[in-house]
Design a protein around this ligand. Structure first.
Ligand SMILES: NC(=O)c1ccc[n+]([C@@H]2O[C@H](COP(=O)([O-])OP(=O)(O)OC[C@H]3O[C@@H](n4cnc5c(N)ncnc54)[C@H](O)[C@@H]3O)[C@@H](O)[C@H]2O)c1
Length: 273
């Protein structure tokens, strides 16, 4: 018996990256999964990979109707909804405020916040009645940028801090019916892309030099793969394992909190190459 046997989850952005790893793991643990995904090719691929266990809804998380359709898909196709994973996010590739044209800011802000923050609000709102009914679990993908500066630019870091605020407020509003928690991954080798004008044509996993330099800042010394976060998503979906946890944010970031200061250099001693 898998740990999620008999449960139904909805995962946004489940066609690639962290979302896809969560879907694969949920299916492995016995869940049935609705995937809300913008990219038709990715949506079709994950549905075909798991016939009868994954149902894909193609749409954009900035569109309220898409979320209503995804929730209805869970109820109509699989009969219930127990777990909501809000996961779609876009990046700003660390754009510094002073490097942006002032006229660029409104468009970039609206695209990034509509995806990273409004997308989660809409998804939770659409699914809330079904989740209250099942006394379910909401899991939002935040980021190490929800706690620390420097892993993104001001837009991305502010949006992920906003996700932490959402988790706290929604945990308050939904208790005692639904638990609400977040997972905060650190750098992960995915196709994470930027907003228009701020890396909209870039893909994080293709930026080898950037990933190598990020790895040097992580205490564990490497950039993660999406599968390395998936176990936390399973645990938070399981009331038997985490039924007394709500309003919490779990880091999965290679130990950024213990990064501390660089060790002091002894006078006259050369750094190792
Ligand atoms: N990759 C990292 O280093 C990293 C680190 C910390 C947090 N995160 C967070 O993890 C989450 C997942 O990102 P990822 O790295 O797996 O990225 P990804 O781009 O690999 O996956 C995101 C998925 O969402 C889909 N998507 C994008 N915009 C959409 C939209 N508007 N509507 C519907 N679907 C859309 C994409 O097609 C893709 O399948 C994001 O919230 C991101 O901020 C990523």
């Amino acid at each position: 018996m898998g740990r999620l046997e008999g449960r139904v989850a909805l995962v946004t952005g489940g066609g690639d990256g962290i979302g896809r790893a969560v879907v694969e793991r949920y299916v492995h643990e016995g869940a049935k999964v609705v995937v809300l995904e913008r990219d038709k090719r990715l949506a079709t691929a994950i549905e075909h990979a798991h016939p009868g266990r994954v149902a894909a809804v193609i749409g954009d998380v900035r569109d309220p109707a898409t979320h209503l359709t995804a929730t209805e898909c869970g109820l109509d196709t699989f009969g219930q909804l127990d777990v909501y994973v809000g996961n779609v996010g876009v990046y700003d590739f660390g754009a510094k405020l002073d490097d942006l044209q002032i006229t660029q800011l409104p468009g970039a802000f609206h695209e990034l916040f509509a995806t990273n923050v409004l997308g989660y609000l809409l998804g939770v709102r659409a699914a809330s009645a079904a989740l209250r009914e099942s006394r379910g679990s909401i899991i939002l993908t935040s980021s190490s940028s929800g706690s620390y500066a420097g892993g993104g630019g001001a837009l991305y870091v502010a949006s992920k801090h906003a996700v932490v605020g959402l988790v706290r407020q929604l945990a308050y509003e939904f208790a005692p019916d639904v638990r609400v928690n977040a997972i905060a991954p650190g750098a992960t080798r995915t196709g994470l892309t930027g907003v228009a004008g701020l890396g909209g044509d870039r893909r994080l996993r293709e930026e080898t030099r950037l990933l190598d330099s990020i790895a040097t800042t992580i205490p564990l010394g490497f950039v993660s793969d999406p599968e390395q976060h998936a176990g936390l998503y399973v645990a938070l979906a399981c009331p038997d394992d985490t039924g007394f946890i709500t309003g919490a944010v779990f880091p999965s970031d290679g130990g950024l909190e213990v990064r501390g200061r660089r060790p002091a250099r002894r006078p006259g001693r050369q750094d190792k190459p």
